[in-house]
Design a protein around this ligand. Structure first.
Ligand code: ZN
Length: 470
């Protein structure tokens, strides 16, 4: 990417600094890859979870909580799944000094915890569809360098699991999941690519995987969602069958949809600037912060500020007032920016005198002074505008950073390359190895393309996306 600012010059350093200054996480816990959720960070995660819950509940899912520990014998029923997760698993082998008969593992994801029980829950077609989800922590022993929210060993995780009578119904669920993801992405101001992964990069045990990938300022993609069509793969391994109307026993068709705290990492990376994080208006823990600009005591001004807070609260917004007496207004502005509060309301003696308020946008720094009477409509419309414009800016950046390449030697920059690919593993491997990038798949909804495979020169109507990943 060619933009300026520290986040483009030294992303890692910038990222660590802004999350620290915003107090989104505490990295001092003495286990690598396991951070502490601070009150501010957890509030943000909880608000994202609440929005996810609202959307998935509307899609007739029900929330559950399965145990954290999974017995080894259940984990080992689906061969590809073991291959995919085996090396990342944390094992519990002892209770005190006694060795356990069957070792237990900390869930890296919950297929193998849930599916033996689905076998008991699903008896007939009347039990279908079964649509459940949970929001829990999962454990994966990452060997790559860990990074707050993006690559952790203990991960806050959302996972939805569904069982359907037919493949068509399972396909419909995948469409629904992508619509839910779109809705959530709007609230997060985060455009993303929906890529159907290559055969060698799909979720272990899946028939196919759709990855949701967001573009970070490094020019690399970060997977923020995974939606998986399992067909009967797990149903056969776990013997999840139902009796249909004719009394015949059939395997269910399954899907899953997963997301994690990476959503926070992506939002910080995409929208933050050199002054700090910039949080999306709909999901920020504090949406509006009122800052009295006073020098010494001013009861009338404080009263005016409190009435503004009250009115914003009545709008249903999360609003606070920074009335710390011994702090200069400049330092309060600075802190509000570091924490990414979307709208600041500056109130000084001028505002009080003219019965006005000054609204300051966190994303652009733009200031507008409006009559107090119009507080409700001005704040509401400013939040909408910010959400729309933050999304549009990120979308423009995503579009500008996708470039077509027709020759392997052109692939040198930190960009997302669109290339012709014949679809074979042989060419896929050649492309990945020679460019040191990942072939992330093809657009899930398809696209018109005609060109040549960048590796073997065969004519192809398939475009694939090639990029480095986080
Ligand atoms: Zn080829």
């Amino acid at each position: 990417m060619t933009e300026e600012g520290k986040k483009y010059e030294n992303f890692s350093e910038w990222y660590n600094e802004v999350i620290e200054k915003a107090d989104l996480t505490d990295k001092r816990y003495p286990v690598k890859g396991m951070n502490i959720w601070t009150p501010y960070g957890w509030k943000l995660m909880s608000l994202i979870d609440a929005e996810t819950r609202r959307l998935i509940d509307e899609n007739d899912h029900q929330e559950v909580k399965f145990p954290l520990l999974i017995p080894e014998d259940e984990f080992q029923k689906e061969a590809d799944h073991i291959k995919g997760f085996g090396d990342e698993v944390y094992w519990v082998s002892h209770a005190g000094s006694t060795e356990l008969d069957i070792p237990l593992l900390l869930r890296p994801t919950s297929e193998t915890a849930m599916y033996p029980i689905f076998d008991l829950w699903v008896r007939s077609h009347a039990d279908l569809p079964l649509k459940i989800y949970q929001m829990v922590n999962v454990f994966r022993y990452e060997t790559k360098q860990t990074r707050a929210f993006m690559r952790m060993r203990e991960i806050h995780f959302f996972e939805a699991h569904t069982c359907h009578a037919t493949e068509e119904e399972a396909e419909k669920q995948i469409h629904d999941d992508l619509e839910i993801m779109d809705e959530l992405a709007k609230k997060l101001c985060m455009p993303y690519l929906k890529l159907r992964r290559t055969e060698w990069d799909k979720f272990p045990g899946a028939h196919y995987t759709v990855g949701g990938d967001a573009l970070l300022p490094t020019g690399r993609l970060l997977q923020i969602a995974g939606i998986h069509q399992y067909l009967n793969n797990f149903a056969e391994a776990y013997d999840i069958t139902y009796e249909d109307i004719d009394g015949e026993h059939k395997y269910v068709h399954q899907t899953t949809y997963g997301m994690s705290e990476r959503l926070i990492g992506a939002v910080v990376a995409i929208h933050g600037d050199d002054r700090g994080v910039v949080l999306p208006p709909a999901l920020a823990p504090v949406q509006v912060r009122v800052i009295p600009i006073l020098y010494g005591d001013d009861p009338a001004l404080m009263e005016y500020c409190r009435s503004i807070v009250q009115r914003a609260k009545e709008l249903g917004l999360r609003v606070d007032i920074d009335d710390r007496p011994d702090m200069r207004p400049g330092s309060k502005f600075f802190e509000s920016e570091e924490k990414g509060v979307p709208i600041r309301v500056d109130v000084g003696s001028h505002e009080l005198e003219d019965q006005e308020i000054t609204l300051v946008r966190r994303d652009t720094g733009e200031k507008i002074t409006v009559p107090l009477d119009e507080l409700e409509e001005e704040i509401t419309s400013l939040m909408d505008t910010m959400e729309r414009e933050m999304y549009a800016r990120a979308e423009r950046s995503l579009e500008e950073n996708i470039v077509d390449a027709e020759d392997i030697s052109d692939i040198t920059e930190e960009k997302v390359y669109r290339i012709g690919w014949c679809g074979t593993l042989r060419c896929g491997e050649g492309i990945e190895e020679s460019t040191e990038r990942n072939l992330l798949g093809t657009l899930y909804h398809g696209e018109e393309y005609s060109g040549k495979c960048i590796w073997c020169d065969e004519e192809t109507d398939t475009a694939a996306y090639l990029c480095k990943t986080h």
